[in-house]
Design a binder for this molecule. Structure first.
Ligand SMILES: NC(=O)c1ccc[n+]([C@@H]2O[C@H](COP(=O)([O-])OP(=O)(O)OC[C@H]3O[C@@H](n4cnc5c(N)ncnc54)[C@H](OP(=O)(O)O)[C@@H]3O)[C@@H](O)[C@H]2O)c1
Length: 342
């Protein structure tokens, strides 16, 4: 099957002039995706540090670098800002960009909590700009295929979604993932993927149950969540900073199942449709596409929405981001993780 039937070629999306706030680890991947796989370009980068700004600009061939995020958002050429600061900074940095009239693509997790999410969306609505959580998985071809299969009834009614995201991360105690001041923890960094995957397929749950284990720094190191839906449907999610888990996703229905096998369900992999009849789990169809980088799909979606004058993406709606954050807020409440100043 060709991917073009499922998702538009990112290269065909309108060209957007991007600015980047916070050139840390993941911002490199975004800059490469925009340059290599879209018609757009990164025209400016802003860092808190002059050397970091300059080095990032040089590495990616970006024409202008700024010290200070306020100067980046003041660049008249910049149409949209990709925000890649720690979760604790997303609200402040999104508001800065929105106030300057820029569209925003904000890294996951969208903010620390639901209150901050509402503040961001209210500001975007008031300014009339586009805002989207950078949950890149939503825009990938294998997820589009999986959604199509479910919508066409290929596996019947969904009974269970099982998805996990654990990484074996040997991190120093002051790393952002362990730091409550930077809104660290497994849920916001890793668990957000299986939570968002589940919400994408099933919507907002009616029940959330969570069991957690905390790090010595007081953020969540391991959390298991069960999300309850109406009727037969229950989802199970596991996330941890302490071990590499299969990072797989399985959706089982009354007539079969869909499995994203081979690891990293959020990034690609082989999507296998199994149709079961009793104990028979024979594979009836497989879908595989090689995705290089992958961030270009979300950049292209933002570009199409901006060109169409939309404020939110139909694939990553504001309500969907709200539902994801509500689950994570409730799970954090149950396992006892509160960030300073919340
Ligand atoms: N989509 C994905 O696959 C993916 C993967 C990893 C991370 N992420 C998300 O991307 C965001 C950034 O993650 P990352 O791994 O790139 O983090 P990182 O390497 O630590 O970079 C974050 C950058 O934020 C800036 N920053 C602003 N205020 C800061 C503060 N108080 N403390 C530390 N840094 C601060 C820093 O840049 P300057 O000082 O130079 O301005 C820093 O380099 C998070 O939301 C994370 O969840 C997404």
């Amino acid at each position: 099957m060709t991917t073009t039937a499922l998702v538009p070629d990112p290269m065909d999306a309108p060209a957007v002039r991007w600015g980047i706030i916070a050139p840390g680890g993941i911002a490199n991947k975004f800059a490469e995706a925009v340059a290599d796989f879209t018609a757009g370009s990164v025209v400016a980068v802003g860092s808190r540090d002059a050397d970091r700004a300059q080095q990032f600009a040089t590495r990616h061939g970006i024409p202008r670098s700024y010290v200070g995020y306020d100067r980046l958002v003041g660049d008249a050429e910049v149409e949209a800002v990709y925000i890649a600061s720690p979760h604790s900074g997303h609200r402040e940095h999104a508001l800065l960009a929105i106030a300057a009239g820029k569209h925003v693509l904000i890294e996951k997790a969208l903010a620390r909590n639901a209150t901050e999410v509402e503040v961001i969306f209210a500001a975007a609505e008031q300014q009339g700009v586009f805002a989207m959580e950078a949950m890149w998985t939503r825009h990938l071809p294998h997820i589009a295929w999986l959604r199509d299969q479910i919508a066409s009834g290929a596996i019947g009614d969904v009974v269970t979604v099982t998805a996990d995201h654990g990484q074996s991360l040997d991190l120093p105690a002051d790393h952002r993932l362990k730091n409550p001041d930077l809104a660290g923890g497994a849920i916001l960094d890793l668990g957000v993927y299986p939570v968002s995957f589940t919400v994408d397929l099933l919507g907002a749950p009616s029940e959330v149950k969570a069991i957690g284990r905390l790090t010595e720094t007081g953020v969540d190191g391991h959390v298991a969540m069960v999300l309850g839906y109406s009727g037969k449907t229950i989802a199970q999610i596991d996330t941890t900073l302490w071990t590499k888990t299969p990072t797989s996703a399985v959706v089982s229905g009354t007539a079969g199942s869909l499995e994203i096998v081979g690891g990293d369900f959020y990034a690609g992999g082989r999507t296998v449709l199994r149709r079961s009849g009793g104990r028979d789990r024979a594979v009836v169809e497989e879908f595989q596409v090689d995705v290089v980088n992958g961030f270009q799909y979300q950049a292209a979606e933002a570009a199409r929405c901006i060109a169409a004058g939309l404020h939110e993406s139909p694939l990553m709606t504001w309500d969907s981001s709200r539902a994801v954050m509500a689950v994570m807020d409730e799970a954090r409440r149950q396992v006892g993780v509160v960030y300073p100043g919340e």
